[in-house]
Design a protein around this ligand. Structure first.
Ligand SMILES: *Cc1c(COP(=O)(O)O)cnc(C)c1O
Length: 400
């Protein structure tokens, strides 16, 4: 039980990175090497990450938003494109479509899971002629895996691409209809998947991101777009003037990630399974604590992500509860040095998207979810004492 004398010495955030001496040594070693930008750690990180999520190819980039932007470019998003995504996500999932001049079409969430509701997506698709929409960006929100097999079937009916925003879900998985485990970002059902290595995410490189795919053509496109649209590959050149020769074949960007950050990512990746196991352990304790608690609702894990013995494919970037007096609980927790957070303010209610024609009231499930949701501390280095303190304070508030 809770130690009554315990009070947190420092604030307990909702998420926090975990940096070890090995991580620090890996960065220093790279700093002392010949490569500050593109060196051997980039390819090594890509290879290791591709293996980790079970994809053929991985392209490391400067952050998760750059990954989304390059992904949208590689999928040919342009002024004529209409792309469907969820309002309950970090705005970058939608913004990448706007970077390319395309139109964002939101569809509402399933209130039980807070994931993009496939039935709502189907309704959108059925109302328009074939070819009206170009793609779907489903988000493994909170680390809860989307059933991409179902989305793939729907996407194939309407000839759409899928870019999975798996920023919350490295190591997450669901079971397909054949009973096979399908890792988030493995490229089996989605054309592309993206990840972020922002410090609150599972693997931290400070800033960093990754795109995974099984499609070689998209892979080659992404490599080129990451570095100005330039290629030096002899077999890809239109001309060849000599050893110095390169061609800028399309308009790309500098979205490269430095070697030392990839060294940090590689080092972190070695602890990813342990961190994930810890996150699932923390979730289990929250689940148990809140199962019977009046006035606290927890988000459901996607049923497809649960194994036969209830073992879970949820990757728990976030642990979300829903309460009636959310602002009351948020302020109460802050008074006790617990910095819970809200994920997310629905994207369609942001002034930018309202200026594009969206309105409050457009997606009632998303808005209702937003009025009640709170993300509790969830990170591998959360101590048992800290978690017990959080649970006790949440229960104290809702039972008042
Ligand atoms: C963090 C995040 C991103 C963007 O990643 P950055 O590395 O911060 O650019 C995109 N989508 C989701 C769902 C995220 O949580």
């Amino acid at each position: 039980m809770m130690n009554a004398a315990f009070s947190p010495q420092k604030p307990i955030p909702y998420g926090r990175q975990h940096i070890t001496q090995d991580d620090i040594d890996a960065v220093i070693e790279t700093l002392q090497s010949d490569f500050l930008t593109q060196g051997p750690k980039v390819a090594a990180f890509e290879q290791a990450f591709a293996n980790y999520v079970g994809a053929k190819y991985a392209v490391a980039v400067s952050n998760g938003t750059a990954a989304l932007h390059l992904g949208a470019l590689a999928l040919d998003v342009n002024e004529t494109s209409r792309v469907i995504t969820t309002p309950i996500t970090f705005v970058a999932s939608a913004n990448c479509v706007r970077y390319c001049g395309g139109t964002v079409e939101f569809a509402d969430i399933n209130p039980a899971t807070a994931l993009l509701d496939i039935d709502k997506v189907r309704q959108l698709l059925e109302r328009k002629p074939q070819g009206y929409y170009s793609g779907i960006i489903p988000v493994d929100f909170a680390g809860n895996p989307v059933n991409l097999e179902e989305f793939r079937k729907l996407a194939d009916e309407y000839n759409l691409w899928i870019m999975e925003d798996a920023a919350h879900a490295p190591g997450g998985y669901f079971y397909d209809s054949q009973g096979n485990k399908q890792l988030c970002g493995n490229g089996v059902f989605a054309d592309l998947a993206i990840f972020s290595f922002h410090p609150v995410k599972h693997i931290a490189t400070s800033e960093g991101g990754m795109i995974t795919t099984n499609n070689e053509e998209l892979y080659q496109k992404l490599l080129k777009l990451r570095t100005h649209g330039i290629t030096r590959e002899p077999e890809l050149l239109e001309e060849n003037h000599g050893g110095w020769y390169m061609e800028m074949q399309e308009l790309g960007y500098n979205y490269r990630i430095p070697d030392m950050l990839c060294a940090l990512g590689l080092s972190q990746l070695q602890r990813a399974d342990a961190g994930l196991a810890r996150r699932r352990g923390i979730a289990k304790i929250y689940d148990k604590a809140f199962a019977e608690a009046e006035g606290i609702e927890v988000l459901q894990t996607n049923p497809a992500a649960l194994g036969p013995d209830k073992e879970t494919g949820h990757a728990y970037h976030l642990y979300v509860i829903k309460v009636q007096d959310r602002i009351g609980l948020y302020d109460f927790l802050r008074q006790h040095n617990i910095f819970a957070q809200v994920h997310y303010i629905p994207a369609h209610t942001m002034p930018y998207y309202r200026n594009l024609g969206y309105n409050q009231g457009d997606f009632p499930e998303a808005e209702n979810y937003y009025s009640q949701c709170l993300s509790l501390p969830m990170f591998p280095s959360l101590t048992q004492e800290e978690q017990e303190f959080v649970i006790a304070k949440v229960k104290e508030f809702v039972s008042r």
